[in-house]
Design a protein around this ligand. Structure first.
Ligand SMILES: Nc1ncnc2c1ncn2[C@@H]1O[C@H](COP(=O)(O)OP(=O)(O)OP(=O)(O)O)[C@@H](O)[C@H]1O
Length: 327
């Protein structure tokens, strides 16, 4: 369990983390979300005593990091996969960590095997790809068999097989009763991995809730109906007190009634349906909705040069005209 109590960090004028109070529980994967600069990395660094809080506290399974005799046996972390001595082999890197934390040498081979790096164990890590570096960082986090695990952007640089692997690894670690706390900007991946979410914006807590509730509370869900007898369907729905909104593509959008009820209603009146599909917003949409006010950095689309103004290609405007909100 990780307990934050009024956790605050100020860098000069900048309040990077602003009075965070929350608990990260064991047995589930908890996702940590926030726009760029929200304070996620700073919070994780304070959990590991790499940054000293301006105020407030962090406790890992009831203890402050500095009270831990062999910290790697209590908390394992992947913060920056490149933060290692590149001249050392993967094996020696892990061996150094093991020896300074009272962890038996045999554990090194075990974690190398877990992360799939046994065949390159004797190679220097500076020759590793981004994905191999991530795997080595994860091996380091697992070395002490800790109950608490922190992962900052763990799928960075991993290929689809690697992403699948780490998703299952995190779920397995949680199912063993461990506390797994993971940050990522990849919403689709987070939606598949995390059961609970902690969301921050400009250093403040915005949400501490289950994944399902987060999406339900921050987005619209409705049922889309399509029928060759649209007008009759509208009448039948109205007769049952159900409001349907005609959409531009000829379908109807119905809020506040579930698919089963709508399907039965149509069947009772012998109305043919070509579509009946519950529409649930994605985590990404819910996240954008909640954090819209606390996004500090916005990209503005650059005007497309040329005679015909039209839709911009995906990604147009990125890297141009970054502007700090409110400045
Ligand atoms: N060492 C530092 N000195 C000064 N300001 C810092 C320092 N570290 C972080 N900050 C500032 O604190 C704020 C929070 O940064 P942090 O890196 O924790 O955010 P983040 O949520 O991890 O962002 P990202 O998603 O972009 O990684 C930012 O405004 C950042 O510029």
């Amino acid at each position: 369990m990780i307990e934050l109590q009024g956790l605050t960090k100020r860098y000069g004028d900048k309040l990077a983390v602003d009075g965070l109070t929350c608990t990260v529980r064991p047995g589930i994967v908890t996702g940590f979300l926030g726009p760029n600069g929200a304070g996620k990395s700073t919070t994780m660094r304070m959990m590991l005593d790499l940054d000293r809080p301006t105020a407030g506290s962090v406790h890992l399974d009831g203890k402050h990091y500095r009270q831990l005799r062999d910290p790697l046996k209590v908390v394992g972390a992947l913060l920056d996969a490149k933060a290692m001595h590149g001249g050392r082999s993967a094996y020696n890197h892990l061996l150094c960590l093991a020896q300074s934390n009272g962890i038996p040498r045999a554990r090194v081979a075990e974690v190398l095997d877990t992360v799939g790096l046994t065949s390159v164990a004797k190679k220097r890590s500076k020759g590793f790809s981004l994905g191999m570096g991530q795997r080595l960082g994860i091996a380091g986090a697992l070395l002490g068999d800790p109950q608490v695990l922190l992962f900052d952007e763990p799928v960075n640089g991993l290929d689809p097989e690697g992403i699948h692997w780490i998703r299952n690894l995190m779920k397995n670690l949680a199912s063993q009763g461990r506390t797994v706390f993971v940050s990522s900007h990849l919403m689709s991946e987070m939606a598949l991995t995390a059961e609970h979410l902690i969301v921050i914006g400009q250093g403040r807590l915005l949400a501490d809730t289950s994944m399902a509730d987060f999406i339900a509370q921050n987005s619209r869900s409705y049922v889309r109906l399509r029928s060759p007898e649209r007008e009759r369907l509208l009448d039948v729905l109205a007769g049952s007190g159900i409001t349907a909104v005609p959409a531009g593509d000829g379908s109807l959008e119905v809020d506040g009634a579930d698919g089963a009820r709508l399907g039965e209603l149509a069947a009772r009146h012998q109305i043919v349906l070509h579509e009946l599909s519950p529409q649930q917003a994605s985590l990404e949409e819910a996240f954008m909705q909640l954090t819209a006010e606390s996004v500090e950095y916005h990209a503005h689309s650059a005007p497309v040069p040329g005679p015909a103004p039209g839709p911009q290609p995906p990604g147009a405007g990125w890297g141009t005209d970054w502007q700090k909100k409110g400045s």
